[in-house]
Design a binder for this molecule. Structure first.
Ligand code: GDP
Length: 520
């Protein structure tokens, strides 16, 4: 029997240190975890992670790989897809967002909207992913609640529609006013935040004497918001015009159950997805899924390639033979995995919204579709504007064959974008990345997996624009500019800086120079 429980599939977008790991653990504490997929990365002696399969990850204590955590709450199955979080982030972080139906934007109350949050938000906006905002760390001194609302409105142009409103300013957290019911959700501080739900609901009339003055402040601000029309509207939320906001303290477990309720009540369920030819796959149609991440080298002993796919329609059953849309060839799913990271365990079934890991996925690339029955091909996962560029060459010229093979493989996996030109030849392609850590992954894998250590040398570009063959010809030899070609055929014009890019566009009005999505 297929598992027909409703699904919610979401990701948390945040800047490092906003509390994503803390929140993930708190969510897991409130719900019943079905599979733990290494979404929690252990820091400071907390519960250890299961996704530290790479030496580099171990050394840094961070999670580079994307993974998912699946749990049950109120008879729903919730999939939390991890966005690898680090100050450097990579295209993987963005790509994960193609696999979710909504995002939780986690904001540190003391810091407001930070750069990485903004970048990830842009990708959500681009993909039309509705965003729920959680203001975290309200137990600590921070910005005023109204000020945070202004920041959201100004910086990301989303209209905040608070569902709860804090009682007591940041650092003097008494609880929240539930704007939908008018109740006081009182926060009861417990040693170390060890309880599951330190929350007590009461009608306005029962608010303690001691909390009365701050409660009154909250009521007044709530009325201000009401007069301003800042109330939740489901349609506007789904359309990406507004963002419901709630206040929480992940560390104290406050607001965690509220967030889960919110996800179930407001966040969209998996929905029909259009293919490139305009046909639409309904969730109840035959099985289909698309690959949003590919990973190799998880086990040094036997080289393996795992493709992470999000189920779009139908029921996935292990052992199913699916068709790979790009090649039209069959692909056997005998060893499909539910758990990512080191502790792989096979799954029997998955429903729309779930994430599956397909092993031996040599032929599968990021963006590929697999299906059963009626053919379908979903649009490719967009690649993002690289901002970091390095020329790569084999450290040992005698190993050029391995070098070429490795670079090709990493290009296919989408570990890094590989840019080539006749001028540079095969010996020295330019590697382009969204985050500098992608280069470290390349170094590590070229050395350990392909036996060809590489030399990376900085090339002095920081801006990329999309152009075409005519543009490539027109810009050839220009100062502070170089045109290279990506393996998907796209021409990228690289510029030393923004100024040079703008000047070139001004001087060459007929040349196509398009900005690439997100990334900066
Ligand atoms: P991540 O980098 O986003 O995964 O952030 P972490 O979950 O590792 O949290 C970063 C730091 O903030 C840790 O020291 C946490 O204990 C702390 N932290 C997270 N949530 C809260 C919160 O709600 N209140 C307070 N006071 N600290 C928090």
């Amino acid at each position: 029997m297929p598992d027909s429980r409703p699904r919610r599939t979401f990701a948390v977008i945040s800047h490092p240190d906003a509390g994503k790991s803390t929140l993930t653990e708190a969510l897991a504490l409130h719900a019943r975890v079905i599979t733990e997929a290494g979404a929690v990365h252990g820091k400071g002696g907390r519960r250890a992670t299961v996704s530290d399969w790479m030496d580099m990850e171990k050394a840094r204590g961070i999670s580079i790989t994307s993974a998912a955590l699946q749990f049950v709450y109120r008879d729903h199955v919730v999939n939390l897809v991890d966005t690898p979080g680090h100050s450097d982030f990579s295209e993987d972080t963005y790509r994960v967002l193609s696999a979710v139906d909504s995002a939780v934007m986690l904001v540190d109350a003391g810091k407001g909207l930070e750069p990485q949050t903004l970048k990830l938000f842009k990708v959500c906006a681009l993909r039309g992913i509705p965003v729920i905002t959680v203001i975290n760390k309200w137990d600590r001194p921070g910005l005023a609640a109204l000020e945070l609302m202004d920041l959201i409105e100004q910086k990301i142009k989303l209209r905040p529609t608070p569902l709860t409103w804090p009682v007591g300013e940041a650092g003097d957290f008494r609880g929240v006013l539930d704007r939908r019911t008018g109740e006081f959700v009182k926060y009861t501080r417990t040693a170390g935040g060890a309880t599951r739900a330190p929350e007590k609901r009461m009608p306005a009339g029962e608010v303690d004497e001691a909390d009365r003055p701050v409660w009154q402040d909250a009521v007044e601000e709530h009325e201000l918001l009401e007069a301003d029309g800042a109330d939740h509207d489901q349609e506007l939320f789904l359309a990406g015009t507004t963002t419901p906001v709630m206040f929480a303290s992940a560390l104290q477990n406050f607001g965690v159950a509220q967030l889960l309720d919110l996800l179930l009540d407001l966040a969209p369920a998996p929905h029909a997805t259009p293919g490139v030819d305009g046909s639409v796959r309904e969730v109840e149609d035959e099985f289909s899924a698309f690959v949003f991440k590919v990973q190799s080298g998880m086990n040094a002993a036997h080289r393996d390639r795992l493709a992470y796919a999000r189920v779009v329609s139908g029921t996935f059953e292990r052992g199913m033979v699916v068709t790979h849309a790009t090649t039209g060839k069959p692909f056997a799913t005998k060893y499909a995995q539910a758990v990512f990271g080191r502790e792989l365990s096979s799954i029997e079934e998955a429903s729309p919204g779930d994430i599956i890991g397909l092993v031996n996925a040599q032929a599968l690339r990021v963006g590929d579709t697999v299906y059963v029955g009626e053919p379908i091909e979903f649009p490719p996962v967009p690649s993002f504007a690289p901002e970091h560029f390095m020329a790569a060459s084999a450290a040992d010229v005698g190993r050029f064959k391995q070098f070429r093979k490795g670079i090709e493989q990493l290009d296919q996996e989408g570990v890094v974008q590989v840019l080539r030109s006749d001028l540079r030849g095969d010996q020295s392609p330019v590697l382009a990345a969204v985050g500098p850590m992608q280069f470290e992954v390349v170094q590590e894998r070229m050395t350990n997996e392909f036996n060809s250590p590489i030399r990376l040398s900085r090339v002095d570009y920081s801006v990329a624009r999309r152009t075409d063959a005519e543009g490539a010809a027109a810009l050839a030899g220009g100062r502070g500019t170089e045109v290279l070609q990506r393996s998907d055929g796209t021409y990228l014009a690289l510029f030393v800086d923004q100024w040079r890019a703008s000047a070139t566009a001004r001087d060459n009005p007929d040349v196509m120079l398009e900005e690439l999505p997100a990334g900066g």
